[in-house]
Design a protein around this ligand. Structure first.
Ligand code: PGA
Length: 261
């Protein structure tokens, strides 16, 4: 059984002191929950604070972006070696980065290789626009993104990889995909593409998250889908109570599922 993950994407919110307070509140609420991987992804400036705040707990830390080079003349960028010791996970290819910062399938792939080579865990984001969804192109678009992101990645590395399906029309809009839509793309498209590339066994071992307007109300239904192993949570993760409740709901479902196997 794949271990569920609730990854909090705080985006460009919170000064370090605020991030510390939020991490403290989340730690207090979910410290006992070891059956779910909670991953907090603050802005870079708050990484050290959040890292110190959750140290010794079950909570992990992630960065929201990274550069692929080890070091060099890339003003304003952060490399994977700089994240080591502060973050275990790195979000790669979030649609906001693709949309506003010219991130492409090619840069996503370079970043993925850099993160894997340094032993960190990438959370690779894929997802279609509303127009692509309306045109019935979701499967083709998302499958192509998964293939491009993973180009040149050996099957043995897949245990390190997390994939987040985030339909762009559902991000920050309050309009989440239905559980059935999310399941269809996470299952048939994302896991199906992984099976095509690496075979069934590896495809079944990779964690696939859904993201886009998840909250304490809809997380239960989403987490009951067989191919969805967690969520990448934006807005709702900025509220300690709501995020913690999502972790608790997920833990309860996981426990119920485990006892029926
Ligand atoms: P949202 O963001 O939960 O606010 O829709 C999700 C994300 O962008 O990862």
């Amino acid at each position: 059984m794949r271990k569920p993950m609730m990854a909090a994407n705080w985006k460009m919110n919170l000064i370090p002191a605020e991030a510390t307070l939020l991490a403290q509140a989340i730690r207090a609420a979910v410290a006992e929950v070891s059956s779910v991987d909670s991953v907090l992804c603050p802005p870079y400036l708050a990484l050290a604070n959040v890292h110190h705040t959750v140290q010794g707990s079950t909570i992990a830390v992630g960065a929201q972006n990274v550069h692929w080079a080890e070091s060099g003349a890339y003003t304003g960028e952060i490399s994977v070696p700089m994240l080591k010791g502060l973050a275990e996970y790195v979000i790669i290819g979030h649609s906001e980065r693709r949309q506003y910062f010219a991130e492409t399938d090619e840069t996503v792939n370079k970043k993925l290789h850099a993160v894997l080579n340094h032993g960190l865990f990438p959370i690779v984001c894929v997802g279609e626009t509303l127009a692509q969804n309306d045109a019935g192109d979701t499967h083709a678009v998302v499958s192509a993104q998964v293939k491009a992101a993973l180009a040149g990645v050996e099957g043995s590395r897949l245990a390190q990889v997390v994939i987040a399906y985030e339909p762009i029309w559902a991000i920050g809009t309050g309009r989440a995909a239905t559980a059935a839509q999310a399941q269809a793309t996470c299952g048939k498209t994302v896991r199906g593409t992984l099976a095509e590339l690496y075979g069934d066994e590896i495809a079944q071992s990779v964690r696939v998250l859904y993201g886009g307007s998840t909250n304490a109300k809809n997380i239960g239904e989403i987490m009951q889908q067989p191919d969805i192993d967690g969520a990448l949570i934006g807005g709702a993760s900025l509220k300690a109570d709501e995020y913690s409740s999502m972790v608790q709901t997920t833990a309860a479902l996981y426990k119920a599922n485990a006892s029926t196997r």
